[in-house]
Design a protein around this ligand. Structure first.
Ligand code: F6R
Length: 587
């Protein structure tokens, strides 16, 4: 995880880099640091805390110089300490490095450096990188020393380095994202495009094993072969307004609110692309859907539409468990990989395993420049604009919208599927407006609960899983989702007076799920019904209109709002839950 950035140009670098780490903070917020170069001297400021906290202490924008690099950390190797914060310096203090990813062979490299007289001051894997560059520079040019270092690294990395002697910025990527922004005022390099979307629409999307040498010119080469690579300039469509909070207090609420329009955008795909995807599913002998967290829940939800509408069996697998299915893959298999960020390490690993076996890949993602788009045979973009809050909200409903349309397409009813989703999308603003006051009151009532349970049957079951994830990750209240029939096989032992149980009922599942609700109520549970119709069993009722196969798109909305207000009631920052990062680029 971690966000990295660099700038070389005509403007003062530190305010640009401070803004960059603010925008990349969704990738981790354990510590922050910036290095700039001024009058041929590197200076580094770094400390534990999120960007605002650290900036108050260290006043980053005062740092002079027109070139610099920056980092916001989600700790993997080495605890959250000032010493472990990036940038890391080489022993001679002349090379500064920021890194996102994990260097798997760092112990071995550390041993090599120590034998050669180097002292490593932090517990991080990153610190080997500037020292290896320093070591190789004893016999080689900066460029060759950098390439030699990159070839020694095993694991995943995107790196930005700054050399004191020449003021050169060096960058490279291997299984972690890195993009360049070509602006009039200078060149930007970052984990994603957000640090430079105001400055330029021109980006260069680096691919695995590519390195960048940036001084008064820009050179891009493959670091394994040392050969130059010609890159296309990519014109970005995202704008800065989309990545700003506007009048909202938090991105989470802004992104929940946007769903009326993002669901529409997601389902309005290029007809040719959808036909192509449908034909790939039709032709496939064995279809797998993979994702992690919320994206995995979208896969589970879609598997019910595959079954009900297209009568097609699909295998839904957590991306992190996919390798155990390796033996079932052939060149006739199709893998549909879901990932908002397109950078989730487990998803990329699943895709690589599949590709090795000749499997065709359809990616469903939100980030144009992501690694997943580079690996896939076909990519369906979610088109929901930058999702900044760490929690997935609008990307989940966009995934559901796309998959619903795709399955209807498989059944020869693409237009009907789109219509169903568009009708659901049209109801979203009303649901948000009408249910918010009730949900706020509910959040205040249940905010001190030890646990919250959610139950649903059929397609409402994955909604219960996703609802539980939303509640627990942002409010830190223990929450679990169950299939309606399952709670009584053990967990019902936890139901006592006033334990909140959210019951997700649909017309199709009403009879049985309400019977399950009765079982819980008989043991003292406090029943919160999310349904199109009131029922006696509910102690609290939130109305959501019936939408057939699009029910999961609508049902999740009140739970997203509830999760948000639970966090507010508990004085937590909904945009940055503890221990999480938006883009999980480590396995
Ligand atoms: C939950 C959440 C995570 C992500 C998961 C996968 O709100 O955001 O569970 O869904 O880390 O991320 P992507 O979709 O980027 O692969």
């Amino acid at each position: 995880m971690c966000g990295i950035a660099g700038y070389l140009g005509k403007r003062k670098a530190s305010p640009i880099l401070l803004d960059a780490v603010r925008r990349l903070e969704y990738r981790g917020y354990d510590s922050v640091g910036i290095a700039t170069l001024h009058e041929q001297r590197l200076s580094v400021r770094k400390a534990v805390g999120n960007v605002e906290e650290v900036d108050k202490k260290l006043h980053f924008a005062e740092m002079p110089g027109n070139v610099g690099i920056a980092h916001t950390r989600w700790a993997t190797t080495g605890k959250v300490t000032d010493e472990n914060a990036h940038p890391h310096l080489s022993n001679n203090g002349k090379i500064a490095v920021v890194h996102n990813g994990i260097i798997e062979n760092y112990q071995e490299l550390k041993g090599f450096l120590q034998k050669n007289g180097y002292t490593l001051k932090s517990q991080t894997d990153t610190e080997v990188i500037p020292n290896l560059i320093e070591h190789h520079m004893k016999r080689k040019s900066l460029k060759q020393a950098f390439l030699e270092t990159l070839r020694q690294l095993e694991g995943t990395f995107s790196i930005v380095a700054l050399d004191e002697g020449s003021g050169t910025i060096l960058g490279a990527r291997h299984n972690s994202p890195l993009v360049l922004g070509l602006a009039r005022d200078g060149t930007y390099i970052a984990s994603d495009v957000s640090p430079f979307i105001e400055a330029t629409k021109k980006a260069v999307l680096l691919e695995d094993d590519e390195a960048v040498i940036l001084d008064n010119k820009l050179e891009i080469l493959n670091f394994r072969t040392g050969k130059p690579v010609r890159k296309k300039i990519f014109l970005m469509h995202w704008n800065y307004e989309q990545a700003k909070k506007g009048d909202y207090e938090h991105f989470m609420m802004k992104e929940i609110d946007e769903q009326g329009s993002t669901i529409k955008k997601a389902v309005q795909q290029d007809a040719k692309l959808m036909k192509k995807a449908v034909s790939m599913v039709k032709k496939a002998f064995g279809v797998f859907l993979v994702g992690c967290g919320t994206s995995y829940h979208a896969c589970v939800s879609a598997s019910y539409v595959f079954s009900h509408i297209a009568k097609k069996h699909v295998n839904v697998v957590l991306a992190s468990e996919f390798e155990n299915h390796r033996e079932f893959l052939t060149n006739k298999t199709l893998l549909i990989a879901l990932s908002q960020s397109g950078e989730t390490a487990d998803v990329l690993e699943a895709v690589r395993i599949a590709k090795d076996k000749g499997v065709k890949i359809i990616a469903i993602t939100n980030v144009v420049s992501s690694t997943l788009t580079q690996l896939a045979d076909e990519t369906i973009m979610m088109n929901c604009g930058p999702e900044i809050c760490v929690l997935s909200t609008k990307s989940y409903t966009a995934q559901l919208a796309i998959l619903t349309a795709l399955v209807y397409g498989l059944a020869g009813k693409l237009e009907a599927g789109k219509k169903l989703v568009l009708q659901a999308a049209a109801k979203v603003p009303d649901i948000i407006r009408d249910s918010t006051p009730k949900i706020k009151a509910l959040a205040s009532k249940i905010k001190d609960s030890r646990s919250i349970f959610l139950i649903g049957r059929d397609m409402a079951y994955p909604s219960a899983l996703e609802g539980a994830l939303k509640i627990k990750e942002v409010s830190y209240i223990h929450a679990e989702g169950f299939a309606g029939g399952e709670l009584k096989h053990g967990t019902i032992a936890l139901i006592e007076d006033n334990v909140p149980v959210i019951v997700l009922a649909t017309e199709h599942t009403k009879k049985e799920i309400l019977a399950n609700a009765m079982e819980v109520k008989a043991r003292g549970g406090y029943i919160i019904g999310i349904n199109s119709r009131q029922d006696d069993v509910y102690d609290y009722f939130i109305e959501v209109p019936e939408a057939g196969m699009a029910n999961p798109i609508l049902m999740i909305i009140p739970i997203q709002i509830l999760a948000y207000y639970l966090a507010i009631e508990r004085n937590l920052d909904p945009d940055k839950p503890r221990n999480l990062a938006k883009s999980v680029t480590v396995k």
